[in-house]
Ligand binder design. Structure first.
Ligand code: PEP
Ligand code: MG
Length: 315
């Protein structure tokens, strides 16, 4: 019985009408990835684990070894390596940073990477080396403008050139959508990426102007708020048919969310390891036309509470 459940977890998640939705794992380490029975890929590897809590930056060899460990823990399935996402709220002793009154609106994510070009180049070279050995997607966090994305892509191209082995054939390039500006202008980013991955944790805090982790405004910061869903819809519309849209924020593991997100056009959900099997089961219960109708209703709902009631399993 346990074996049957395990086998089921390893099968693809296909909706009742035959649409495959990838279900990934969010991993903060190789040990995390190793517990993800049935994940189709790692949809988000938070590479910060290699950089925090130390006095100097990891070198290219150390990073490559760590990334290859994550891939091995997933049996060689695709890993999505998010480039360093730290900043004012998570300072690094070896990256100079000014104190900021509003670190979530300051130099974080890709903004910091672009200001620390040596640190960024080293990470990109390690990612490129890993991509020559195993399927890798690279993804940039906290992108607000197309110019930032193009600067990141130029740094990636420079790392590929420096490695001297050509473009790794299985390398895919994407960015996170966590800033409303990026969601609203998804069509302007789409020609430059293979995929977009919506980080609903940050997208929610920036949409509702309610700091994540601040209990006093936690009730406002609901990822099922119709305003956040409108930005998910805008992202899917802007992405068009050739660019896959994923969600890797915590809402992807919410029972109420799978049908809604798939109905809006999302085709990959990436969640913490213990949630993978359950999300696959939720996807298998989805009928795409019904999900699209549910999504339409949710977009017109007055508030998050109404959305939750609409989307509750068994509604
Ligand atoms: C997000 O913002 O939704 C996300 C997945 O990234 P993190 O939680 O690491 O900021
Ligand atoms: Mg984020």
């Amino acid at each position: 019985r346990a074996r049957a459940a395990r086998a089921r977890a390893c099968e693809p998640a296909v909706t009742r009408d035959g649409t495959t939705v990838l279900v990934g794992v969010n991993a903060g380490s190789a040990a995390d990835a190793a517990t993800a029975t049935g994940a189709d890929l790692a949809g988000l590897v938070r590479t910060e684990f290699l950089f925090l809590g130390r006095d100097d930056a990891p070198g290219v060899d150390e990073q490559e070894a760590a990334y290859r460990d994550v891939a091995a823990a997933l049996g060689g399935r695709r890993i999505t390596l998010r480039t360093l996402d730290v900043g004012g709220d998570k300072p690094l002793p070896y990256v100079p940073a000014a104190a900021e009154a509003n670190p979530f609106l300051g130099v974080r994510g890709l903004r910091l990477a672009l200001r620390a070009p040596d640190l960024f180049a080293t990470q990109l070279r390690a990612i490129v080396r890993t991509a020559h050995a195993t399927p890798v997607s690279v993804m940039f966090p906290m992108v607000s403008t197309v110019a930032e994305l193009l600067a990141a892509r130029a740094a990636l191209d420079a790392a590929i050139a420096a490695e001297g082995r050509g473009v790794p054939p299985q390398l895919q390039v994407g960015m996170m959508v966590e800033v409303p500006a990026a969601a609203l202008r998804a069509a302007a980013f789409a020609p430059h990426v293979d995929f977009l991955s919506i980080g609903t944790n940050d997208l929610t805090q920036y949409t509702l102007a309610a700091e994540r982790g601040n209990d006093a405004v936690a009730a406002l910061a609901d990822p099922l708020d119709p305003a956040v869903l409108a930005l998910v819809a805008a992202t899917c519309r802007g992405a068009g048919d050739d660019v896959l849209v994923a969600v890797c924020g915590e809402v992807a593991a919410d029972d109420a969310a799978a049908a809604l997100l798939v109905g809006l056009g999302v085709r990959e959900l990436s969640v913490a390891a213990p949630a993978v099997a359950g999300v696959k089961q939720s996807v298998r219960g989805i009928d795409l036309a019904a999900a699209a109708a549910l999504a339409e209703q949710a977009l017109r709902a007055p508030d998050a509470e109404t959305v939750r009631a609409l989307a509750a399993p068994g509604h």
